[in-house]
Write a protein that binds this ligand. Structure first.
Ligand code: ADP
Length: 299
């Protein structure tokens, strides 16, 4: 033990005070240029929530709307793969307490802010926790950490001027979801479901979460995904593999619009895997989503 470790002992070379690390105080200022914030949610995983969110963002961009997408699915971020941006490393900008830019290697003192620049591709600004994890790395979060990561994906990002910011929420309706949707100034939510009954009963929990008085955010409508399958050799046939009418029944029950029905299309899966979403190159998929996007804009 050094003599200077004793309280009250004179130390001729006192250690320099360490700069205080900035606390994670995230305000809403990065959202100030954003017109509307829409959560894309589902009761359970695998219904195509991320696929719908990504393709909807691209469709809106192709319609001339300024759009961003925050992949808040902190447990299974899929935006980097779906958009072919998994190698992107978002830039970080540092600002002092007065909002003046600082060099990236500046010592961070209290009041400094680090802002992440979203990845731009297909005319959309993308942000995902996946950009900060190694590919294939499992993301394990305890509740409060997940909640913070999720808020960072929204509040610490340089969104700039946007007409719409979509948030791809993690599936489910737990405490994390409630605390997140309570704190974000959401315009409303879009609920994605498949037509079959199991998905519907799960998805009702999601609808109820937004309608819960604690949360109280409007449901803009339902998007039914994987509504039918049309084989290439039988273009007039529709096979209702997962049942029929579930999305419509749900919409009617809650008095909200059915914003669209998206068929099962091979190119949707293939293009999601190869990093060029179907809305970029598949005409029928783009058309199906354009009518959904128009209904959202009309609301
Ligand atoms: P979630 O976000 O709800 O977990 P994903 O968007 O990851 O679901 O979709 C799950 C899988 O289903 C992905 O492989 C995706 O490519 C595929 N998929 C989603 N929607 C469609 C569709 N309309 N047609 C074909 N495949 C689809």
């Amino acid at each position: 033990m050094e003599p200077s470790d004793f309280k009250g002992v004179y130390n001729p070379n006192p250690p320099k005070p360490k700069p205080k690390k900035r606390a994670l105080e995230l305000g809403m200022e990065q959202l100030s240029g954003v017109g509307r914030i829409i959560a894309v949610a589902s009761g359970k995983g695998g219904v195509g929530k991320s696929t719908v969110a990504v393709n909807l963002a691209i469709t809106l961009a192709r319609m001339g709307i300024r759009v961003g997408l925050a992949d808040a699915d902190v447990y299974g971020p899929s935006v980097p793969t779906m958009t072919g941006t998994e190698r992107a490393i978002p830039e970080v900008e540092v600002y002092d307490e007065l909002g003046q830019p600082l060099p990236i290697d500046a010592e961070l003192t209290e009041g400094c802010k680090e802002i992440i620049v979203p990845v731009a591709k297909f005319g959309v600004k993308w942000m995902s926790i996946g950009y900060f994890a190694r590919p294939g790395q499992a993301l394990i979060w305890r509740g409060p950490m997940a909640c913070n990561a999720l808020k960072q994906m929204l509040l610490q990002v340089k969104w700039g001027e946007l007409d719409y910011l979509l948030i791809d929420l993690p599936p489910g309706t737990g405490d994390i979801h409630i605390s997140m949707v309570q704190d974000i100034p959401l315009t409303g939510a879009i609920i994605v479901t498949t037509p079959q009954a199991v998905a519907i009963s799960d998805v009702e929990k999601s609808v109820n979460m937004f309608l819960n008085p604690q949360v109280n955010k409007p449901i803009l409508g339902i998007v039914e995904n994987m509504s039918w399958f049309t084989p290439a050799e039988l273009p007039d046939k529709r096979y209702y593999i997962f049942g029929q009418g579930g999305g419509e029944a749900l919409a009617n029950k809650y008095g909200v619009p059915l914003l669209g029905r998206i068929p099962i299309v091979m190119s949707v899966r293939e293009s999601g895997d190869k990093g060029i979403p179907a809305a970029m190159e598949d005409r029928p998929v783009f058309e199906a989503l354009r009518s959904t996007a128009e209904k959202i804009l009309a609301r």
